[in-house]
Ligand binder design. Structure first.
Ligand code: URA
Length: 239
């Protein structure tokens, strides 16, 4: 099947389709030994040889999924005798999927899976500033003044953390529900942030990773990312 050169480049993991166009226009793509600068160029991946930075490109069948990880489920691809793991929830497939980053055993919510190592690495890397949003159920009431203090950040053992956003969703004498947005992915980071202020996290749920939202996905369910979600992620990573 013939495809546009920029699509072939994005399937090969070189760049997003938009970035691929600028690589083509700037003469960095070689097709069958010739520099190719035509954006409308169509190639046959079975026959044509495409090179970028002296490397032959091979399109890969990458897959990207989102799961609503249940509470009390381990983020591991190893088997565990006693505890449920995310592996138990994956569809039977020849593709070797792995989770992108991890959620604690007792944290629920959005967990991405792929077989694309480059994307996984970039999403997990703080330099890409991928926002992650969590809903945290905290024990007890939080006063406005104390909440303002929390917004200024916490000096944690593994570094200072100022949330990008901290919003009070609801608060009464028994519990406060707080939405927190951060872009770092350190171990237990959200729990440690609230612990710093003496607040116990009773329940934690991740509701978004960059442009990907948990939305109405049922607990334990896994589905493929749609076109917009995937393009949104790739735009952040390859811009
Ligand atoms: N921060 C935590 O404390 N736990 C998680 O699972 C994710 C972020």
């Amino acid at each position: 099947m013939k495809i546009r050169l920029n699509r072939f480049l994005s399937l090969s993991g070189v760049a997003s389709r938009r970035k691929a166009e600028s690589l083509i226009e700037s003469g960095e793509i070689i097709v069958n030994g010739q520099v190719e600068t035509r954006l409308q160029k169509v190639i046959d991946p079975e026959k044509d040889k495409v090179f970028f930075e002296k490397k032959l490109l091979v399109p890969q069948n990458f897959e990207y999924y989102k799961m609503n990880k249940p509470r009390f489920c381990l983020t591991t691809m190893a088997t565990d005798e006693k505890r449920r793991t995310v592996r138990d929830l994956l569809p039977d497939s020849k593709t070797k999927l792995f989770p992108i980053g991890r959620l604690d055993y007792d944290t629920e919510g959005l967990l991405l899976f792929t077989n694309d190592g480059q994307v996984a690495h970039r999403i997990s890397h703080p330099s890409f500033l991928i926002q992650k949003t969590y809903l945290a159920h905290l024990a007890g009431n939080i006063s406005k003044t104390f909440f303002e203090k929390m917004k200024k950040g916490a000096n944690l053992e593994d570094g200072f953390l100022v949330p990008e956003k901290l919003e009070m969703v609801s608060s009464d004498s028994s519990e406060s529900l707080v939405r927190i947005e951060i872009h770092v992915g350190r171990n237990h980071i959200v729990k440690n942030f609230f612990k710093y202020f003496g607040k116990e996290v009773r329940k934690l749920k991740r509701v978004s990773v960059g442009p990907v939202k948990l939305a109405e996905l049922g607990s334990g369910k896994i589905i493929k990312l749609d076109y917009n979600e995937l393009q949104g992620l790739k735009e952040i990573m390859f811009k």
